[in-house]
Write a new protein. Structure first.
Length: 67
């Protein structure tokens, strides 16, 4: 995968993350990702998240980066 594409995906992901309503559970994040037709690689990353509630965007981004 090219670096350019990865950058575009992470921009999409961060816009998505910041647009969510917190606190939010993993199941709700996955539903929102499907509704917004996010890139499948982004959706796969979201599926690997721990099954818990996230209280703010930074917390969710950290969990995604830890994945």
């Amino acid at each position: 995968m090219s670096g350019m594409q990865e950058m575009r995906e992470s921009k999409v992901a961060s816009q998505f993350v910041e647009g969510l309503d917190y606190p939010i559970a993993k199941a709700e994040i996955l539903t929102a990702a499907r509704e917004q037709n996010l890139d499948s690689t982004v959706q796969d990353s979201l599926k690997k998240l721990p099954d818990r509630e996230f209280s703010e965007p930074d917390e969710l981004i950290q969990a995604l980066n830890a994945g």
